[in-house]
Ligand binder design. Structure first.
Ligand code: FRU
Length: 487
């Protein structure tokens, strides 16, 4: 029997999973409650949607190595954002218009069918790039029928033009695409359509050297425009920003601007850029609005080109994971992130609780340790000195009351030195911390700031240590958390 290119690629990818199952699963750094690739490299969340009763989360996937290349779309499905099932591969890079990768994109329901928009990436031998914004349609949410390119590169941009995000507003469809202008500035392009097939380029939505994003990097990846409380938010991942004080410390950034989008004119007036996360590993976030009207975000827990080849999981043939799902809200003109409420169902048993007072001490608290845990600290009072939590001897949270400075430190997986990410706070009242084997997500003051990172403790080190200079008090609850992959 002659297999189609798509069938061949699927078969090869499934063989790769089978072949490496044991080595992947034996990795002590494999996570318990985060979405990961079954083998190979995972990057951006794609096509995130609640459709026909299920949440669908697709992901950029390279099955054949722990590096980038001709990406597939892997596919996870869930009823509740907690327990996930791995679905059939959604897209393989089998056609001429996507032969070097089915790159990132989004999903929308239309006429009882699930529509995926994604970028077909094509490169020739000299490395010249072509880009096509493509459509694939499914009646069952599992098997997709490729319709091919629906948008070719408009004039005014280089072929770094990708990551379509589609939504419906006032009876029309809109699409934003991440772009680089011909004069090498990061930008977001805007399109509109009546039927999801014929798209009109309305122009540039943001960037391209226009204030307040003038001199703001050479490429914007993964744009996403949506409303929160009647305010419009554009999330995107700019490349080419230089570090400024405590900001823009990673190789590339992810953040947002807030403003007003006028669907008739296609004009978006907006303010300054704010980073979404202050940790080491957070990129290419994508959101969807679910049936309860919540705006939910997943992000890739890594950053492109940031020491990717040094992660210790590579020896176990896999690389990277998603964040936990987070609900976005707008508070005081700022986008805040909260773990979705459903994650409480991951808690195994009752909380361990302590009322803690520390004074020049370094302590472990009874039963507060573990690999997959949630910590909730509230009523935090730190006197003049500082207070820290050290996790597995390899990550450390420090809050200095004197400077109002919050830091996440980790032992570098490249050379073992201590590296940090920091931000100022007005005050520290509460901390919600999700630890999962080799990942940490910190939600400060109900999501006012978040710090997201991978870190690599000695595998058996499940310790959590609390230390304070001078007087610190807080209430703490700790839960062990369960697994998320179901049948
Ligand atoms: C962001 C990104 C996207 C692209 C995809 C390819 O991490 O570079 O712009 O579509 O990854 O995997």
């Amino acid at each position: 029997m002659i297999l189609s290119r798509d069938q061949q690629l699927r078969r090869k990818a499934y063989e790769e999973i089978e072949l490496n199952k044991d080595i992947v699963e034996q990795d002590p750094y494999r996570l318990k409650y985060h979405l990961m690739p079954p083998v190979g490299l995972l990057n951006d969340p794609n096509g995130f949607i609640q459709w026909d009763g299920n949440y669908h989360l697709f992901y950029q996937w390279m099955p054949f190595k722990t590096g980038h290349g001709a990406k597939f779309w892997g596919h996870y499905v869930s009823k509740d954002l907690v327990t996930w099932k791995h679905e059939e591969i959604a897209l393989t890079p089998s056609e001429w218009f996507e032969k070097n990768g089915c790159y990132s994109g989004s999903a929308i329901g239309h006429n009882d069918e699930l529509h995926l928009f994604y970028t077909g990436n094509v490169k020739d031998k000299e490395g010249n790039r072509e880009t096509y914004q493509c459509l694939a349609v499914s009646g069952d949410g599992v098997n997709f029928d490729k319709k091919g390119p629906v948008i070719e590169l408009p004039v005014g941009y280089t072929s770094h033009f990708r990551d379509p995000k589609v939504w419906e507003q006032d009876g029309r469809y809109f699409m934003v695409v991440g772009a680089q202008t011909s004069d090498l500035k990061g930008a977001v392009a805007l399109f509109a359509s009546e039927d999801l097939i014929d798209w009109e380029h309305l122009g540039m939505l943001a960037g391209g050297g226009k204030p307040p994003l003038n001199d703001f990097g050479y490429m914007f990846e993964c744009p996403d425009l949506f409303s929160l409380d009647e305010t419009d938010v554009l999330v995107f991942s700019p490349q080419g920003l230089k570090p400024e004080g405590m900001e823009y410390q990673n190789v590339y950034q992810s953040g947002y601007v807030i403003g007003t989008f006028e669907p008739v004119s296609g004009v978006f007036m907006h303010g300054e850029f704010e980073e979404l996360d202050r940790g080491f590993d957070f990129y290419a976030p994508q959101t969807t609005e679910d049936e309860q009207g919540r705006r939910i975000l997943f992000a890739w827990m890594s950053v492109p080109d940031q020491n990717e080849q040094d992660h210790p999981t590579i020896g176990h043939k896999w690389l990277h994971n998603m964040t936990i799902p987070r609900e976005l809200r707008l508070t005081g003109g700022k986008v805040v992130q909260l773990p979705v409420q459903e994650l409480e169902s991951l808690r195994l048993g009752e909380a361990i609780e302590h009322k803690v007072v520390l004074n020049y001490e370094n302590v472990k608290l009874k039963e507060v340790s573990g690999k997959a845990v949630e910590l909730l600290l509230d009523n935090i009072q730190v006197s003049e000195g500082w207070f820290s939590i050290t996790i597995g001897g390899a990550a450390r949270i420090v809050y200095s009351k004197k400077q109002n400075l919050f830091s996440l430190e980790r032992k570098s997986y490249v050379d073992g030195t201590v590296e940090k990410r920091q931000c100022y706070l007005d005050d520290l009242n509460s901390l919600r911390i999700f630890i999962d084997t080799s990942s940490i997500e910190v939600f400060i003051n109900n999501g006012e700031e978040t710090f997201t990172a991978r870190f690599y403790p000695v595998p058996d080190d499940e310790s959590i240590q609390f230390e304070s200079l001078r007087n610190t008090s807080f209430n703490i609850k700790k839960w062990n958390l369960g697994n998320i992959i179901g049948e």
